[in-house]
Design a protein around this ligand. Structure first.
Ligand code: ASP
Ligand code: MG
Length: 438
C-alpha cells in the first residue's frame, strides 16, 4: 500500500464530465488498496473569471478580500469532486486549506507556507476516506484566508506530500509531462523521462510553465518524488526525483518507471531541455559615472521598487569619459515602478538617459551534464549564429546558460538550439489535451 497525493489542475476539472473522469481515476487507485489525498485547483478559468469580476468593481481591491474571493474557486471544485467520489461509492471529504492545517504568513496573494499540521487529512485517510484538499490556499496567524500565488496548488500538493510522508506526489495536467522544449514552439520536442530537482528548478525558474517554482523547491528540500503527467491519458509522465525506486509504488506506476528511477542517477544526459520566457523586459542606464558605489545605489533603488532582477550587464567604460552603460532584465510587470524609481535618482547619479526595451525574450539551456562539458556554450552560440539570431545578453549557472535575444527571434532560436543539441524526436510526441497547459 502506498500513500499517494494527486493534484489535478484546472483544465483537468473544467466541467462536470471532466470532474467525473478524475473521480473515477481516484476511485480506481483507492480500490487498488492505496491511501489517496487529492489536491484540486479551481475549475477551468474560474480564478481568472473571479479576478475579472473584482476588476469591474474596483481597481484597488483590498488584498484580504481578494484572497477570500480567489480561495472560493478551489472550494467549489473540492466539494464537487468529493460529491462525485461519494456517488461512485467511495467515502470522500473535502477540506479547505485552513481545515487541512496549511499555515501561512499573512502576505495576501503570495503567502508562504510556514507550517503544516494536516492531522484532519491524516485521520481521514486512516479512516479509509479519500481526502480532497483545496489547492492554493492557507490560513494566517490571524485566521485570515491567504492564497499562495497563481499556480499555487502544486505547492499545496507537494507540501502535503512532504508533511504526510507520501510515497509520491502526482501532478496531473493537460500535457504528458515535461518536454525538452515547449511543444507549441517545437512540435517534435521529446518527453523527458526523469529529471533531477536542480534541473527542474532551473527550468521552472526560467520560464517552463509546467510547475510552480515553490513546489519544486519544496520537493527538493523534502525529497518528495514527483510524477508530472496527463489526466487525459494513462501515459507515464516525467519523474522528478533524486531517490531510487520505492517498492510501495509497485502497481501504481508502470514497471518501466521504477527502472528509470533506479537508473536515473547513473548517467544524466548532458542537456535536459530548453526553457523560454517572454515575460521579461530590459532597462539600460546610459552614461553612468564609472565609480565605486554607483551600481550599489542603482540596484538598491531597483530592489526597493520591488523588482526581482535577473541578468545584469555592465559595459566596459567608454574610453576616457569615465562613464559606462548598465543593462538589466526584470519582470515586465515591475517595469514602470522601476523606471520611476530610477528617474528619481538621476540627478544624484548623473546618468544621461534610461532606455526601455520590452520586446526581448530569454532562452535557457538546462542540463546537469553542462558542468563537465565545456563545449556546450560554444555549440549554443554557434547554433544561434547559424540561425541568424543576435545575442543581447548572456548569463550562466553551473547547470544553465541563458541568452537574451529579440522577441521576434525567440521561437526560431529555441528550434535551432533544440536541433543543434540533438533533442528533436523523430515524430511529434507531445499532445496538449486541454489548452491551458496546467
Ligand atoms: N487556481 C489558481 C490559479 O489559477 C491556483 C492553481 O491553479 O494552482 O492560479
Ligand atoms: Mg516583454
Amino acid at each position: 500500500m502506498a500513500l499517494v497525493v494527486q493534484k489535478f489542475g484546472g483544465s483537468s476539472v473544467s466541467d462536470a464530465d471532466a470532474m467525473l473522469r478524475v473521480a473515477k481515476r481516484i476511485v480506481t487507485l483507492k480500490r487498488a488498496g492505496h491511501q489517496v489525498v487529492v489536491v484540486v485547483s479551481a475549475m477551468g478559468d474560474t480564478t481568472d473569471d473571479l479576478l475579472d469580476l473584482a476588476a469591474r468593481l474596483t481597481s484597488n481591491a483590498p488584498e484580504r478580500e481578494m484572497d477570500i474571493l480567489l480561495s472560493a474557486g478551489e472550494r467549489i471544485s473540492m466539494s464537487l469532486l468529493a460529491m462525485a467520489i461519494n456517488e461512485l461509492g467511495e467515502p470522500a471529504q473535502s477540506y479547505t486549506g485552513a481545515q487541512a492545517g496549511i499555515h501561512t504568513d499573512s502576505r495576501y496573494g503570495r503567502a508562504s507556507i510556514v507550517g503544516m499540521v494536516p492531522e484532519r487529512v491524516a485521520r481521514a485517510i486512516q479512516d479509509g476516506q479519500v481526502a480532497i484538499v483545496a489547492g492554493f490556499q492557507g490560513v494566517s496567524d490571524d485566521n485570515d484566508v491567504t492564497t499562495l500565488g497563481r499556480g499555487g496548488s502544486d505547492t499545496t500538493a507537494v507540501a502535503l506530500a512532504a508533511a504526510l510522508h507520501a510515497d509520491v506526489c502526482e501532478i496531473f495536467t493537460d500535457v504528458d509531462g515535461l518536454f525538452t522544449a515547449d511543444p507549441r514552439i517545437v512540435p517534435n520536442a521529446r518527453r523527458v523521462r526523469t529529471l533531477g530537482y536542480e534541473e527542474t528548478l532551473e527550468m521552472a525558474a526560467h520560464g517552463a510553465k509546467i510547475l510552480h517554482l515553490r513546489a519544486v523547491e519544496f520537493a527538493r528540500r523534502y525529497g518528495v518524488p514527483l510524477h508530472v503527467r496527463s489526466s487525459f491519458s494513462e501515459k507515464e509522465g516525467t519523474w522528478i526525483s533524486n531517490t531510487t525506486a520505492n517498492p510501495a509504488l509497485e502497481g501504481i506506476v508502470p514497471e518501466a518507471a521504477l527502472t528509470y528511477m533506479k537508473e536515473e542517477s547513473v548517467e544524466a544526459p548532458i542537456i535536459s531541455g530548453i526553457a523560454h520566457d517572454r515575460s521579461q523586459d530590459k532597462i539600460t542606464i546610459v552614461n553612468v559615472p564609472d565609480r565605486p558605489g554607483v551600481a550599489a545605489k542603482i540596484f538598491s533603488t531597483v530592489a526597493e521598487a520591488g523588482a526581482n532582477i535577473d541578468m545584469i550587464v555592465q559595459n566596459i567604460s567608454h574610453t576616457d569619459s569615465g562613464v559606462t552603460d548598465i543593462s538589466f532584465t526584470l519582470p515586465a510587470a515591475d517595469g514602470a515602478a522601476t523606471l520611476e524609481a530610477l528617474k528619481e535618482i538621476q540627478p544624484q547619479l548623473g546618468f544621461t538617459k534610461l532606455q526601455y526595451k520590452d520586446n526581448i525574450g530569454k532562452l535557457s539551456l538546462v542540463g546537469a551534464g553542462m558542468r563537465t562539458n565545456p563545449g556546450v556554450s560554444a555549440k549554443l552560440f554557434e547554433s544561434l549564429s547559424a540561425a541568424g539570431v543576435n545575442i543581447d545578453m548572456i548569463s550562466t549557472s553551473e547547470i544553465r546558460i541563458s541568452v537574451v535575444v529579440d522577441l521576434d527571434d525567440l521561437d526560431k532560436a529555441v528550434r535551432a538550439v533544440h536541433t543543434a543539441f540533438g533533442l528533436d524526436a523523430a515524430d511529434s510526441e507531445a499532445v496538449v489535451y486541454g489548452g491551458t497547459g496546467r
